[in-house]
Design a protein around this ligand. Sequence first.
Ligand SMILES: [Zn+2]
Length: 506
Amino acid sequence: MEKNFDTMVADFKDYIKRIKQYNDALGIIFWDLRTGAPKKGASDRAEVIGMLSTEMFRLATSDEMAKYIDYFTMSEQNEKLDNIMKVLVNESKREYDKFKKIPEAKYKEYVILTSEAETIWEEAKNTNNFALFSPYLERIVNFNIEFIDIWGYKDNKYNTLLDYYEPGMTVDKLDKIFGELRAKIVPLVASIKASEFQPDDSIFTKDFDVKKQEEFSIYILEKMGYDFEAGRLDESEHPFTIGITPGDVRITTHYYPNLFSSALFSSIHEGGHALYEQNISNNLNGTTLCTGTSMGIHESQSRFWENLVGRSYSFWKCYYQELLSIFPEQFEGIAVEEFYKAINKVEASLIRVEADELTYNLHVMIRYEIEKALINQQIKVADLPEIWNKKMEEYLGVVPPNDAKGVLQDVHWSGGSFGYFPSYTLGNIYSAQFCNAIRKEMPDFDEMIGRGEMLKIKEWLSEKIHKYGKLLTPAEILMDVTGEEINPEYLVEYLESKYKAIYNLK
Ligand SMILES: [Zn+2]
């Protein structure tokens, strides 16, 4: 007997929930692997990841899924669906079409490879040994090229990967946006370098007790509205956020006993990601829409908190006293103005995650260009260290002394995340656009931060962005909140006015 419409809807939701639950389990395993799981268990764990991913893959590409998609895309049924169901069906269809084309065994092989590669990458980085990681990376690149050939592409192979993280983004658009940004940032960085005034950031390289650093990170995260009953803060090699469900969103940071600024700003950054995941509407819980809509929008949230809030003068006017009470000796005699300038020091450097918000975008452009060339088979993995160092010199005027501080610094490629890096700069661009929109509604935005009213800002972001999860596309959110498409001008305006003031430039 044919099932009726309501039963089909309920069954489909149960089915989706199972997929989401496999994903939840995988998330916890990944979190565990990066936060202190024993090294010798890594290869066994990789098999568990392979098994769970395969099950998830089977559910997403099964004949049963095909039946649901066929049923709900028929106009007669489709008209009766509510908005969440419509988007859920579309999203499921997108995943189905994407993965159905890849043979199951191949997908499993890829998942196991990337899981192992992450452990190898960590070892290669720690021992400064690119040759150890190189064969893994080569296989990962080849897999990606093979997948793109299976999925198909328009104009440029890299477009398929870009679209995966930022639906609608293309090489053409990105070349234009990045080009505009580069044209403004490079001269600004040059005039900053030539400025007579240079902030003194050596104040951050004293001894900073790691426990106290953690204490201050927790203090700030609570002020931002990060819910510790729905999350936790741990340490890992590379800071990250993992949203299991809105009730379990975990963040990590990395403490350096002789570098105060790193862990704090990583905590604020990951806290921004976490606020997004913690505040997705309950209606979406248990569905695959219960996550950020794109990597670019996700990064806009982390960068908004890290830079536009956390590196603002108003923020430190409010919280500097608390910091002084935790580290009285380290910051003795240093005025808040001086501290503010020090956390905003601009200097070409080697490590992306330590870069200031201006030169950061140049680090991203280097990775974007390398990825584009790798995926289009214009360069070889074996030549990466040399290519990397050349580009660093060309863009930033610095050359890494070794590969650990060069081509091996980021985790992303070991996990096969090609097409992800541009999200960071897209996030910077979006964050400035969102901030401009907030300022229209809350003209005393700076004063509010100065009074420590960050919860109001969190609520605004949750109401306008977070709660929708994946229900709206990045372009829809941007249009709804700002009334505009992506526009790098707001970021340029923000950077120019902030840094001209700090460096006494005209
Ligand atoms: Zn981030």
